[in-house]
Every structure is written in structure tokens, then in C-alpha cells.
Write a protein that binds this ligand. Structure first.
Ligand SMILES: Nc1nc2c(ncn2[C@@H]2O[C@H](COP(=O)(O)OP(=O)(O)OP(=O)(O)O)[C@@H](O)[C@H]2O)c(=O)[nH]1
Ligand SMILES: [Mg+2]
Ligand SMILES: [Zn+2]
Length: 307
């Protein structure tokens, strides 16, 4: 039988079959896998082939993972080359960000967007907790729209505590399968509940001491709602290590740099110091946002953000 993986704990997977039944499944024997070197061979969103266990009710063994339409992958820490698949077969991935309690850096956002661009996953950034910004919200909105205007990403903002601000975000998700990612405490689960109360995901508090989240969500989990919408809530991540790009390749995944890449003097230009570099010229003239260019340099130099 076939089903969709809706939760992954590392050793057990929750799998939903098309008749609506929920199974606990393990991988057994030799899995026929796409040969990615990852810490998790099966991820939320995967279509799997499995066989019911004769001896235990509602349990099954996964024998095969079907080919994926797409997936999102990251390196989980600087010291290890281990890669983690966040989720697969996505209509889109939304990074939930907040300006404080906790703060999400533009560098972190740009690594996420770059990975979405490279792995063919439509990307969005939702700035949550706008209620905390008060009168500064309008100025912030203008700055962010300017930075991301040509970056091929949907930018939205609002507050999980002000449901009237969530309509555009809700319509983007409705009827689709989206992943919600971001640091712990930015409000991923709170937002999910605000938009789709029937999800009833567990939410946590912000620790007063560090203004950080408390890692309330511990496993990636897909919530299937009565209208067919599927939202994958994920545990907070500290870092977003980008994987396996050649230095030459990175600028290709900055959509606003692409128009300039063929006009640099040197074919192998890395846009750092080279003479007659069209990208550097565009940064100087303001056509490419400086913030985005700084993110580019950080990724080029392999400076992952670990905060
Ligand atoms: N002021 C304000 N607080 C919010 C908002 N959204 C969420 N919070 C609060 O932020 C805290 C963390 O929310 P969660 O939804 O648990 O955060 P999370 O991103 O799911 O965190 P993890 O599961 O740990 O990754 C809770 O105390 C929420 O009430 C918002 O828009 N405004
Ligand atoms: Mg959560
Ligand atoms: Zn150049």
C-alpha cells in the first residue's frame, strides 16, 4: 500500500494512507533510495510504499520512497557535512521571521531563500510579530520591500495576534502544501493555529532571559485540514547551512543578479573585486540591494549563520 509521511521522529514515521488511516511505520531492510547522503532517508511529504506488519496493529514497514517532485535541504551544523531534508513534495516554503524575541537576520533569510531557489521550491517570507513594532512598521515594510523587490520571493507581514492581518498569508496556503520554517519562538505554530484553528498545534513561551524560543515543536509534522490544506510545522532551527554549491553557481540563485552575470568582464567572475564586474556596478548604483550582496558574500565565503 501507499501513503504520505506526515510526521518523522527519526526512528518512527507517521504515515497517512489514502483511506484516511494513520500508520506507525519504520524503515526495514534495504530501502530503495535516491542516493542523497542525508541523516533522514525518509522525510515528511514523502510518498512511500509499505507493507502492514502481521503481528502488530496499525504498524507497517516502509520499503520504498517514491521519486520526489522537490525537497528542501540544509546542512544542520558547521562541523558536520550531514544534510537534513526538511520536507518534500512542497507547493512552497515560508520562512517565518521576527525582528525581535527572537531576531531573524537577513543573512539567515537569504540562505533560506537561496536554497528554495536552487531546489525549485517557491519561497515566501512572513514577518510575524508586527504588533511589537508599533509605529515603526510602515518604515520597516518599505525597507524590506526595497531589499527583496527583485529576489523572486513573496514577502508578507502581520501578526499571529492580529488575525485581521493574516488574510494574504492564509490565501497563499489554502488548498496547498506549504512548509513553515524559522527560528524557535518566531511563532510558526501560533500562526498555523491563527490561520487554521483546527490544527491545534502546541505553542510555547519565549524565555524572558534570552528572548529565544523554547523549542516547543520537536518534530516536523504535517497537519491535514478538512479543506485539504496541508501545512508542515517544523521545529525551530538555529542555522540554515546551505549545501553543495560551487562558488560560480551561487550568484545564479540570486535572481536580481542574473541579468548582470553575462556582462562581467571575466567569465569566472565571482563579483568580489574583479575589474569591470557588472554585479559590483549594480550594487554601487543601487540596482542590487547592498544587504543582498552582503549575504551573497557570506555564502560565497562559507560563513554560515549560527546564532
Ligand atoms: N507579540 C506576539 N507574540 C507572538 C506572535 N506570534 C507568536 N507569538 C508568541 O511567541 C511565542 C512562541 O510561539 P510559538 O508558536 O510556540 O513559536 P514556534 O515558532 O512554533 O517555536 P518552536 O516550536 O519552538 O520552533 C508564544 O509565546 C506566542 O504567543 C505575534 O504575532 N505577536
Ligand atoms: Mg512550534
Ligand atoms: Zn562580476
Amino acid at each position: 500500500m501507499q501513503g504520505t509521511v506526515t510526521k518523522s521522529t527519526g526512528s518512527w514515521y507517521q504515515v497517512l494512507t489514502d483511506d484516511g488511516k494513520v500508520w506507525m511505520a519504520r524503515t526495514r531492510g534495504k530501502l530503495r533510495l535516491n542516493d542523497l547522503d542525508t541523516s533522514n532517508p525518509v522525510a515528511v511529504g514523502d510518498r512511500v510504499e509499505m507493507q502492514a506488519d502481521a503481528n502488530y496493529p496499525d504498524t507497517a514497514s516502509i520499503s520504498k520512497v517514491e521519486n520526489r517532485n522537490n525537497y528542501l535541504i540544509r546542512r544542520s551544523n558547521k562541523l558536520s557535512s550531514r544534510r537534513q531534508i526538511l520536507a518534500t513534495n512542497l507547493d512552497g516554503a515560508a520562512l517565518i521571521a521576527s525582528l525581535f524575541a527572537p531576531r531573524t537576520s537577513l543573512g539567515f533569510i537569504d540562505r533560506f531563500i537561496l536554497t528554495c531557489e536552487a531546489y525549485h521550491v517557491p519561497a515566501a517570507v512572513f514577518f510575524n510579530k508586527m504588533d511589537l513594532l508599533g509605529d515603526n512598521a510602515a518604515g520597516f515594510l518599505a525597507d524590506i520591500q526595497h531589499i527583496y523587490r527583485n529576489a523572486n520571493v513573496t514577502v508578507m507581514m502581520g501578526s499571529a495576534k492580529q488575525p485581521e492581518t493574516l488574510d494574504p498569508f492564509a490565501s497563499m496556503l489554502k488548498g496547498k502544501r506549504w512548509l513553515l520554517a524559522g527560528h524557535s519562538g518566531v511563532g510558526k505554530s501560533t500562526l498555523l493555529n491563527a490561520v487554521f484553528p483546527e490544527a491545534n498545534a502546541r505553542v510555547g513561551k519565549i524565555s524572558n532571559h534570552h528572548e529565544k524560543g523554547k523549542h516547543t515543536t520537536t518534530f516536523a509534522e504535517m497537519f491535514t485540514l478538512s479543506d485539504g490544506t496541508q501545512i508542515i510545522d517544523t521545529p525551530g532551527i538555529r542555522d540554515f547551512g546551505v549545501v553543495d554549491f560551487e562558488p560560480q553557481e551561487i550568484s545564479q540563485y540570486f535572481p536580481e543578479m542574473r541579468p548582470y552575470l553575462n556582462t562581467c568582464k571575466f567569465n569566472d567572475c565571482q563579483h568580489t573585486h574583479e575589474p569591470e564586474c557588472a554585479v559590483l556596478a549594480a550594487v554601487k548604483s543601487g540596482e542590487i540591494a547592498e544587504e543582498r550582496y552582503l549575504s551573497y558574500l557570506g555564502i560565497l565565503n562559507n560563513e554560515d549563520i549560527f546564532e
